[in-house]
Design a binder for this molecule. Structure first.
Ligand SMILES: Cc1cc2nc3c(=O)[nH]c(=O)nc-3n(C[C@H](O)[C@H](O)[C@H](O)COP(=O)(O)OP(=O)(O)OC[C@H]3O[C@@H](n4cnc5c(N)ncnc54)[C@H](O)[C@@H]3O)c2cc1C
Length: 431
């Protein structure tokens, strides 16, 4: 059996590893357009900040591919797929035949097109090369502007800050981490980042970048100008599925896959950031661009490609990061889609442990929160009936990681109470 994997990262390598275990005689080829073996993309912002050395990024050396008898073609791009002939066409015209194909091409940063966006000193952060290039411009004592307040924007801002730059963060939304947090949680992060020296501009947009030979300033919609030696754009990502055009592979925002990670075209599978796979919190397909999901989807896709039919139970969008020295652990449905007004405290008679009302919101969602501004602590749990569908913990992380692992499962009210108080432990489950 000839297995061909496009994308040499979390999903692709997990699939290759699994296939080798399930089919020792199979021929496995990985094609990746970056010139490197497998590395930790999630650590690139720490490398940018000088907190992690380049050597620490490598997750597999070339000898690993040799030992596993995986042919690795680096620096090569898949330009198209001939699905009927079961061949992938690389840039330069070379054709690679396959019996099973995995598309694990991830996602790339959204581009911006305002004036000055192409100036030297303006970057996105996705690859090790991006991080290395940003480091050239990010001199300690300099000024940086980061556009976008999502996971990558915040991690880039933290990296630049750690490197000794004065960092301004420009965010279109009214709050930081707008997908991962709600207003009270995001406000704690904004205050902590401001206290740490970041300059945060909410409800603002960069409309132009100025400079001659390189970027020197960012112009905001309000008319303000922020000096900048380096600019990092972090406005979200888009799945790399364009090269599949004409193949019949169904693509919505990402490549649509069934419970076996198979696409709509026989023999072709997809996994990782490029795939729109089942989400256990939302109970529907969704893009969840996170490392853990990519690895798990790659593993499951590999099993299925090797003929071991195994259903994917679904992933959950999760976040875990530090911003302005405050921890954020969250996941699932943090902001339920249809929100009605909270009922006043106690009106529904259902109380969480700290006296916060367990108030029904919108379509059967119940939200409980606890805010302790003095301790910079915020906790939120979102339930649908007895099922935990989302949570957030800002500040001290006690028990939050364990509680996060319960998303998608039925939980007892005492677990929720304990989570809000910061005393939840895994040992409670099953008692
Ligand atoms: C700065 C940063 C910080 C992050 N932090 C976190 C974090 O803290 N936690 C977390 O869970 N996630 C984090 N992520 C997201 C995480 O890195 C991704 O979810 C994960 O890398 C997805 O893995 P993947 O294998 O699906 O795709 P990718 O890692 O994107 O790999 C896909 C590979 O395929 C290559 N490729 C694309 N098109 C082609 C083609 N046509 N031919 C050949 N090769 C191609 C790409 O260049 C890339 O090398 C972060 C991402 C970034 C950029």
């Amino acid at each position: 059996m000839r297995y061909l994997i496009i994308g040499n990262s979390a999903a692709g390598v997990a699939a290759a590893r699994t296939i080798r275990g399930a089919d020792p005689a199979g021929e496995i080829t990985i094609v990746g357009d970056e010139p490197y073996p497998y590395y930790a993309r999630v650590l690139t912002s720490y490398y940018l900040g000088g907190l992690v050395s380049r050597e620490r990024l490598w997750l597999a050396g070339e000898e690993w591919y040799r030992e596993e008898r995986i042919q690795l073609l680096t620096g090569r791009r898949a330009a198209g797929v001939d699905a009927a002939g079961r061949r992938v066409i690389l840039d330069g015209g070379r054709e690679l035949p396959y019996d099973r194909l995995l598309v694990a091409t991830g996602a790339n940063p959204q581009r911006v097109d305002f004036p000055g966006a192409g100036l030297p000193g303006v970057f996105t952060l996705r690859t090790i090369d991006d991080a290395a290039a940003i480091r050239q411009y990010a001199r300690p004592g300099g000024r940086a502007v980061v556009i976008g307040g999502g996971l990558v924007g915040i991690k880039a801002a933290e990296g630049l800050h750690a490197r000794g730059l004065r960092v301004s963060l420009v965010v279109s939304s009214g709050r930081l981490l707008s997908q991962a947090l709600d207003d009270p949680g995001a406000e704690l992060i904004r205050r902590a980042m401001t206290a740490a020296g970041f300059s945060i501009h909410l409800r603002e947009d960069v409309v132009a970048l100025e400079g001659q030979e390189k970027v020197t300033a960012a112009v905001l919609r309000s008319g303000a100008t922020l000096p900048a030696d380096v600019v990092v754009v972090g406005k979200g990502v888009r799945p790399n599925a364009g090269f599949l055009e004409g193949t019949g592979v169904a693509v919505n925002r990402g490549i649509l896959v069934d419970a076996y990670l198979a696409t709509s075209v026989p023999g072709i599978y997809a996994a990782g950031d490029v795939a729109e796979a089942f989400d256990r919190a939302w109970q529907q397909p969704r893009l969840n661009a996170i490392w853990g999901n990519a690895v798990e989807q790659g593993r499951l896709a590999g099993l299925n490609m090797a003929g071991r039919q195994t259903a994917y139970r679904g992933g959950i969008g999760q976040n875990s990061l530090v911003a302005g020295s405050l921890g954020v652990i969250g996941g699932g449905i943090v902001n339920p889609p249809v929100e009605s007004q909270d009922r006043p405290a106690g009106s529904d008679g259902k109380q969480a442990g700290n006296g916060t009302p367990l108030s029904p919101l919108g379509e059967g969602y119940q939200v409980v929160t606890r805010l302790d501004e003095k301790r910079s602590l915020y906790r939120k749990a979102v339930l649908q009936g007895r099922r935990l569908v989302g949570m957030v913990a800002v500040g001290p992380p006690d028990g939050a990681g364990s509680f996060q692992a319960l998303i998608g499962r039925e939980v007892k009210e005492k677990y929720v109470d304990a989570f809000l108080r910061g005393s939840f432990t895994w040992a409670m489950v099953g008692r």
